[in-house]
Design a protein around this ligand. Sequence first.
Ligand code: ATP
Length: 508
Amino acid sequence: MTNQEDVFKKLISHCKEYGFVYPSSDIYDGLSAVYDYGPNGVELKKNIREHWWKTMVQNHENIVGLDAAIFMHPKVWKASGHVDAFKDPLIDNKDSKKRYRADVLIEDHIAKIENKIEKEVQKAKKRFGDDFDEKMFRKTNQRVLNNQNKIDDITKKFADLINNNDLKGLHNFINELEIVCPVSGSRNWTEVRQFNLMFETQMGSLSVDASKVYLRPETAQGIFVNYLNVQKTSRKKLPFGIAQIGKAFRNEIVARQFIFRMREFEQMEMQFFVKPGEESEWYEYWKKERIKWHESLGITKEKFRLHDHDKLAHYANAAADIEYEFPFGFKEVEGIHSRTDFDLSAHQEFSGKKLQYYDPETKESYVPYVVETSIGLDRMFLAVLSNSYQEETLEDGSQRTVLKIPPLVAPVKVTVLPLVKKDGLPEKAREIMDKAKYEFMCQYDDKDAIGRRYRRQDAVGTPYCITVDHQTLEDNTVTIRERDSMEQERILIDEISDIVRKRIHNNI
Ligand code: ATP
């Protein structure tokens, strides 16, 4: 097992042990790619969600919110292209009987060649030390150039095959690249088939009048079909945005990697409506804004990258992913797409209703263009956790596992701890807790020695521990312990709220 796989396994068991994420229906041995969030998970998820909402809606006067239903008229999905095109190419290995996404097999193959380049660069970096010019090295080293050419050729051919829906070609290409099944190691592949990812169900109680409906595979369409309702009722002028957070469902072919790829998940999407011709400018704007948001959650520059798409979805004229380096490699967390007028025009055609904007300045009516930012809440949750999970050896040689979650989104902000369970300390601690708990998510802990209690709080990422000791009774001061530095300071009880509030919002 590689070190990274090991870290990931530990993170998954940490999530269960500390009440972040459980397998769904755990007592029935789980349900594939469906997960439940426990007491700490639900708080962390809520905080990330709220931070997104505040940044996108509250902080932008020209963005408003929406909460559309999960069920929508089945024609919506015909118009959006999902009925015909929301498919993944699947392929089986005849020896291992394992199923894969053909496109992912090729992407993983490309990632392996990228890794070779990275290794070459790292080796050279070590050899040349401070004099190393990475840009120059990448431009001139023959091995790097050969590998980069390979990647470019594969990417181009792959994009052509996908865009032409050439399944036979995809199958041949997998053979040509000599891609083997990671489980059986063989190249005994079936043909590539298309598989629609939408879940279907019936609406109506009688089978005769029941009609087929889908569980929405994305929240975006709820925004498009409400475009006119929202524009009219909120009297917004272009450019303006509509934001929505909600569940989406996809019958993923291969659902591995914990909550990275689930069959039921939550999206946070914003569709920004602009005048045609202005979309590129806004696309660039939103790429920058979204990166800032990721940075506000403590994600360091080396840990994420922007990846421009070569293979464009049927609705987009430009697209980029923000990728985070999970323990299993760089993977998409958020997509930013310039969707043109594809969706609104399609709904206009299928519904027969005009979805145009009357521009009071030019006195023209037109279908707006759209720039979308779409992020998976669960993936962001996993990115925050992966980014914050650390095992440290302390000065005294002892170990601690700590989640260095940014205080703003940490599940519990403050834990109040009476040093001992006597001498009036619990009563004082309760008083502090009762005062603070409406504003901050607080916990009270009086079990075990203080050191063990601190460790427990580190493991769930509580940024501040307030300890009540005998001095508290004399001068109304407590200690506040900071999770990352483990430093303690004496402060007045009356200052607790202000200090905690200030520190939580420090980075924003
Ligand atoms: P992928 O290529 O990984 O399947 P996608 O390109 O299909 O993702 P989008 O349709 O752009 O994803 O959806 C927007 C966001 O929704 C993604 O960036 C991701 O964070 C999230 N998302 C998509 N599918 C899943 C899933 N099965 N589980 C969890 N989150 C998901």
